[in-house]
Ligand binder design. Structure first.
Ligand code: MN
Length: 430
C-alpha cells in the first residue's frame, strides 16, 4: 500500500466538488473532437500513460549566481525530497519516477529504494556531477573534469560516473545522464580538438562500464559556466559523441541549452531520424538556460517539440523511446506547485500534439500549402485539452485540480514545522 502524503479523503472531496463540471466539459470536448474524427477516449488513455520524471533537485528552491532565497519547509535531504516528489505524483499521477543527482542525493541505496517503494516512486536516469567540487575530493574541477588536462582529474571524474552507475543499478535506474561544465572562458585557453579528444576518451571509459540494458545520455549546452567555449556545445557535437561511443549512447536535449530562437523541434527531428534522441530535460527559457517552468514562456514551442515526438510515435520509428524528465529551477514559486504545473503543461503539449490531423498535414505538405499546413498545427494547439488532462488524473486517483488540493492540504505548512530551515537543499541549475 502506497503511503499518501496528502490525505486521500481530501483529494476525493475536492474531486467530488468538481466532478459535475468536468463531466460536462469532457463530454463537450469529446463531441467537438468526434466531429474532427478524434476519439477522446483514445487520447485520454494515451495521456494517462504519458509520464515525466521529476528531478530531485527541483523540489528545493533554486537560485542564481546572485542569491538564493529559500522557501519554508525546504527538503533537508533526499528523503524529504522524495516525500515532496510523492506529493507531485499523488496529485498529478504523471510523475512516478525521480531523477537523482549524485553526490547531492547520496544515501544508502537500500534505504532509498525502500523509501521509493513506500511512496510508489521509481528512479529514472542518474545524474553525475563533475561541475562542482564535493568536499574533500582530491582534484578540483575548476578547470574541467572529463576533459581536464590532468589525467588524475579525468580519472576521478570517470570514477564518479562509475559510482553513479553502481548506485543506479541498486535503485533500478537504467540510464546515466552526463552534463559537464567543461569549457573555456577565453579564446586560446583550451585546445578545442585536444580537449574534445580527452572528453571522448573519458566518456568511452564510462561507456564501457554501462550495463547492457542501460543508456548513456550526453547533454549539450551552449555556454555557462564556461562563457567562451563549451566541450559539448550543441546537438551536432552531442551527436558526434553518441555516434562515436556506440549504440547505448544517446543525445539528451535540455530545452534551455540553446541560443534564443533556435529551432529545437528540428533538432529533435534530426536526432529521431538518426536514432540518437535519448530524451529531454523539459523547462522553458526566455534568454538563456533560465530553467523556467515548462510551457511558461513559449508553450507553442513545447507543442512543436511534441508534434515531432507524436509524429515519430505514429510513424512507428524503430526503438523510439525517449526519456522525459523535467529540469527546472524554482526561485519565486513553491517548487511543488511549479512541478505540478510543469508536468501538466508537458502532458498538455502531448495531448495537443495527439490532436494533429496528420493525414491532412501530410497532404498540405505534399501540395506545398504552407498556410493550411500551419493552420493544421494551430488547430490542434488551440484546443483546450484541460478536460482530458483532468479526467486522466481523476481516473488514476489524482486530483482534478492538483494545485487547489495541494494548497488546501497545508502540506507546506506541515513540513515547515517538521523541517527546520537549512542552508542545504541541493537546488541546482543544470
Ligand atoms: Mn539539464
Amino acid at each position: 500500500m502506497t503511503e499518501s502524503r496528502i490525505a486521500p479523503d481530501l483529494v476525493a472531496t475536492d474531486n467530488d466538488k468538481r466532478a459535475t463540471a468536468l463531466k460536462a466539459d469532457y463530454e463537450a470536448l469529446g463531441a467537438t473532437l468526434a466531429r474532427r474524427g478524434v476519439d477522446i477516449e483514445a487520447v485520454t488513455r494515451q495521456v494517462a500513460e504519458f509520464f515525466v520524471a521529476v528531478p530531485s533537485w527541483g523540489v528545493g528552491t533554486g537560485g542564481t549566481r546572485f542569491a538564493r532565497f529559500p522557501g519554508t519547509g525546504e527538503p533537508r535531504g533526499i528523503f524529504d525530497k522524495l516525500d515532496d516528489c510523492a506529493v507531485i505524483n499523488q496529485l498529478t499521477q504523471a510523475t512516478p519516477n525521480v531523477s537523482l543527482h549524485i553526490p547531492w542525493d547520496k544515501a544508502d541505496a537500500s534505504e532509498l529504494k525502500a523509501k521509493g517503494n513506500a511512496l510508489g516512486l521509481g528512479f529514472d536516469a542518474m545524474n553525475s556531477n563533475t561541475f562542482s567540487d564535493a568536499p574533500g575530493q582530491a582534484h578540483s574541477y575548476k578547470y574541467g573534469s572529463l576533459s581536464h588536462t590532468d589525467a588524475a582529474t579525468r580519472a576521478q571524474a570517470v570514477e564518479h560516473n562509475l559510482e553513479c552507475i553502481e548506485i543506479g543499478k541498486a535503485l533500478g535506474s537504467k540510464a546515466l545522464t552526463v552534463w559537464i561544465g567543461d569549457g573555456s572562458n577565453f579564446p586560446g585557453q583550451s585546445h578545442f580538438t585536444k580537449a574534445f579528444e580527452r572528453y571522448l576518451a573519458s566518456m568511452a571509459d564510462i561507456y564501457k562500464a554501462l550495463p547492457d540494458d542501460w543508456k548513456l545520455f550526453s547533454e549539450h549546452k551552449m555556454y555557462e559556466p564556461a562563457f567562451y567555449s563549451t566541450i559539448v556545445q550543441d546537438w551536432g557535437t552531442n551527436y558526434l559523441i553518441a555516434q562515436t561511443l556506440g549504440p547505448k549512447a544517446y543525445c539528451l536535449v535540455d530545452l534551455g541549452h540553446h541560443a534564443p530562437n533556435t529551432n529545437i523541434e528540428m533538432i529533435v527531428a534530426r536526432l529521431i531520424q538518426f536514432g540518437k534522441l535519448g530524451g529531454f530535460h523539459f523547462n522553458d527559457s526566455k534568454y538563456g538556460d533560465d530553467d523556467l517552468d515548462a510551457g511558461a514562456i513559449d508553450p507553442y514551442r513545447l507543442f512543436l517539440v511534441f508534434n515531432e515526438l507524436v509524429d515519430a510515435e505514429q510513424r512507428g520509428v524503430n526503438d523510439f523511446n525517449p526519456a522525459h524528465m523535467i529540469d527546472q529551477s524554482h526561485n519565486v514559486t513553491d517548487p511543488i506547485e511549479s512541478l505540478i504545473n510543469s508536468a501538466n503543461e508537458i502532458r498538455r503539449a502531448y495531448a495537443q500534439a495527439l490532436l494533429v490531423d496528420r493525414k491532412a498535414l501530410s497532404g498540405y505538405q505534399d501540395d506545398n500549402d504552407a498556410l493550411m499546413a500551419s493552420e493544421t498545427l494551430k488547430r490542434a494547439y488551440r484546443a483546450d485539452v484541460e478536460p482530458i488532462l483532468a479526467e486522466a488524473r481523476r481516473r488514476a486517483g489524482g486530483a482534478i485540480d492538483p494545485i487547489a488540493v495541494y494548497r488546501a492540504s497545508g502540506y507546506r505548512r506541515q513540513v515547515a514545522a517538521e523541517r527546520p530551515a537549512s542552508a542545504a537543499g541541493g537546488g541546482g541549475i543544470i
